[in-house]
Design a protein around this ligand. Structure first.
Ligand SMILES: [Zn+2]
Length: 282
């Protein structure tokens, strides 16, 4: 990506080095996990592979043993994240404006390991996530290494896809979709709730694609970047993650969609640049 020299967003809250937990504490952590399980936050959700591959959460401590390397890579990732967030602000502000509406920008929180959120304690091992209750995206930058080493999705554009997906959840919040779906989920059984979750997640993928459509026009991407983003969308498909974690798949437990679906919806947003084409609830 051509991120160097580009404007970064100021809507960033840096909690790194805050000592973990961010005020959550042990009790808060347990309560947080309960809140997270009822689906109040929306993220990549790697909890499946975390169970199967215990060392995945260890990527941050390993990086800390090499402070110089960590800081160089982290500085770069920090800047990339700010630039991507700024690009989403530009694209979505323009898009809302063209449709006679105002885009309320989200905040991006950078943290290490664990942090307090309005949705409970956020744990980096589950991957980046968005909390509708405080309208913030939570990112532990070590996820870049998790993507590269554990998920086989390397590169800045792969990382950008994940950020744009989380911003997609913010757009769903602004449009009232998340609240509507969350209410519907409380009225149905587990299977149907999962199916609704899949539709919500695929829509966030389509929104990420819509963002990429306009970011591409803005000259952000270089050769190979779109392929990197496709590869990342496939890498976080439920079938791929479950196969990796437990050696088999259980489709009715899917909450994010298969690799093929995630790529397909990202592609749809990318090709059309039209939010009407992202109606996964039809
Ligand atoms: Zn999501």
């Amino acid at each position: 990506m051509r991120w160097q020299g580009r404007e970064g967003s100021d809507n960033v809250e840096d909690r790194r080095g805050a000592g973990g937990g961010g005020g959550g504490g042990r009790g808060g952590g347990l309560l947080g996990i309960i809140v997270l399980l009822v689906g109040a936050y929306y993220g990549v959700d790697l909890s499946g592979i975390v169970g199967g591959v215990p060392q995945i959460g260890g990527s941050a401590p390993v990086a800390r043993e090499q402070p110089a390397q960590r800081s160089a890579q982290e500085q770069e990732l920090t800047q990339i994240s700010k630039v991507v967030l700024r690009e989403t602000e530009k694209v979505w502000s323009d898009y809302f404006h063209r449709h006679g509406a105002h885009y309320r920008m989200p905040k991006m929180v950078l943290y290490d390991d664990r942090t307090h959120t309005a949705c409970g304690t956020g744990n980096a091992s589950a991957g980046p996530f968005y909390c509708p209750a405080d309208q913030k995206l939570y990112i532990d930058l070590s996820f870049y290494n998790t993507m590269k080493h554990e998920l086989g999705a390397e590169g800045d554009a792969a990382f950008a896809y994940v950020l744009a997906h989380e911003v997609g959840h913010h757009v769903q919040t602004v449009l009232g979709t998340i609240e509507k779906v969350h209410r519907a989920q409380q009225r149905v059984g587990k299977r149907e709730a999962n199916a609704l979750s899949v539709r919500l997640e695929l829509q966030a993928d389509c929104y990420a694609g819509l963002w990429a459509h306009y970011a591409q026009k803005d000259g952000l991407f270089e050769a190979g970047d779109i392929e990197e983003a496709y590869n990342a969308a496939e890498a976080v498909g439920d079938d791929r993650l479950q196969q990796r974690a437990q050696g088999y798949t259980v489709p009715h437990t899917y909450t994010h969609g298969t690799s093929a679906q995630r790529k397909q919806w990202f592609q749809r947003g990318l090709h059309t640049g039209d939010i009407e084409q992202c109606d996964t609830f039809k």
